[in-house]
Write a protein that binds this ligand. Structure first.
Ligand code: FES
Ligand SMILES: [Fe+2]
Length: 425
């Protein structure tokens, strides 16, 4: 449970809000690189942290991310002409380059120097790892890029996709680090029966028992969440997730399987961009792997104009009551988006009222994440800058899963450590 005041602090992201100010201390994943496929391509609307922006790639291939509103009389630059290294407003022809400088003002006399006095907000961008990142904070505080492993790998080693959730980013993140819901929301009615003969860890242990003991550790980057299950007499099954400041997640994964990074970026208070990456360090992901399959399915089922998947609230995520009675715990079919997860997260309303919730022991990760974010917001209000923003190397971690003797903590197991930490180069 949170007070209404803390809930507001946690969720509001617009310019000038405490959380909005914190988020603007970090590089922000703004869009997919392939939304701007080449020089002078069509401009794209990008709403980010409650701000309406326009992205374009100029004649030299450089990306600009500028205010939606032309500084002349505020027409949208979405309609602009992307030509000769700048975006030209079609109302009176004012033209802006990727740095936000007005480079042409044909509606004023040739001798006028008015154009030299006019600028449009332009945020710096970096194109890395299939994502266009931007920095929306004070120039003198430009942070380090988060040192995510995949952003330095060859393009062939990762796949990436994007979609929209119609909810605030905090409850979307909470849905991803709440690893205990796997045994309910994502399960079938026969999982207990199947577990008896299953050979994989997931088949055997992911659903039975459903309860886990959550171990949460605060780190330099955020929190590490270890869900511990007593599965055999002498062993625990561990599923280890990461939450990285301010909205990145890594869900548990079996040794050797693709690492999946989730980016849950506020479009505004009530909508969240989700960018998902699956990668291997040493090879391209295969299409039939679980993590890759999800990305490929989303690439197919998400409308690239609205970024909404086929299954969404307006069609009740295609819930099938017969399926719910006979086969699947939720009755919400997979394969049309992140339907089961999105249904739960969006059904709470755009900003969930945390004054009415009742958190249990399996919500320790969620409590840890909220505390970390609220602490960072309050620290910044007192002038303490967020550590992770200026120490990109702290993002060099991964998620994991392990079956270990009860006497061994997962942090002490060399094989699990190898999965969890990127080796310094
Ligand atoms: S409104 Fe853009 S040039 Fe006039
Ligand atoms: Fe889920």
């Amino acid at each position: 449970m949170l007070s209404q005041e803390d809930n507001e602090l946690l969720c509001r992201v617009g310019p000038g809000t405490p959380m909005g100010t914190l988020l603007r201390r970090f590089w922000t994943p703004a869009m997919l690189s392939d939304e701007l496929p080449g020089p002078d391509c069509d401009p794209v609307r990008v709403r980010l942290l409650g701000e309406d922006l326009i992205a374009f790639r100029d004649t030299n291939g450089n990306v600009g991310l500028i205010d939606n509103y032309c500084p002349h009389r505020r027409a949208s630059l979405f309609f602009g002409r992307n030509e000769e290294c700048g975006l030209r407003c079609v109302y009176h022809g004012w033209k802006f380059d990727v740095n936000g400088d007005c480079v042409d003002m044909p509606s004023e006399p040739a001798e006028s120097n008015f154009k030299d006095k006019v600028h449009i907000t332009a945020y710096p961008v970096l194109d890395k790892g299939g994502i266009i990142w931007t920095y929306m904070g004070p120039k003198e505080l430009t942070p380090e890029m988060p040192g995510f492993e995949w952003t330095d790998l060859p393009d062939s080693h990762w796949v990436v996709t994007k979609l929209l959730y119609e909810s605030n980013f905090v409850q979307a993140v909470e849905g991803e680090i709440d690893t205990v819901h796997l045994g309910f929301l994502h399960s079938n009615l026969d999982v207990d029966e199947k577990a008896k003969t299953a050979t994989s860890w997931v088949g055997k242990y992911a659903y039975t028992p459903r309860w886990s003991n959550f171990h949460v550790k605060t780190t330099d980057y955020g929190i590490q969440i270890g869900a511990q299950k007593p599965v055999e007499e002498d062993s625990y099954y561990w599923r280890i997730a990461q939450w990285l400041t301010p909205y990145y997640t890594m869900i548990p994964r079996m040794p050797g399987t693709a690492v999946r990074v989730g980016m849950w970026v506020p479009m505004d208070d009530e909508h969240t961009w989700i960018m998902l990456v699956a990668y291997h360090t040493d090879r391209p992901p295969e299409p039939e792997e679980n993590a890759t399959q999800e990305v490929l399915m989303l690439q197919k089922t998400v409308d690239r104009k609205t970024w909404l998947p086929e299954a969404r609230m307006e069609n009740d995520f295609f819930i099938d009551r017969e399926l719910q009675k006979t086969t699947s715990f939720s009755g919400i079919p997979r394969g049309f988006g992140r339907s089961q997860d999105a249904a739960m997260v969006e059904s709470m309303g755009p900003i969930t009222d945390r004054t009415h919730e009742h958190l249990g022991t399996t919500d320790r990760g969620i409590i840890g994440m909220r505390n970390h974010l609220l602490r960072a917001v309050k620290d910044l209000q007192e002038g303490i800058e967020p550590y992770a923003a200026n120490n990109g190397r702290v993002y060099q971690v991964r998620s994991a899963a392990a079956l270990l003797p009860r006497s061994v903590a997962f942090e002490d197991d060399p094989a699990t450590r190898k999965e969890l930490f990127v080796e310094p180069k």
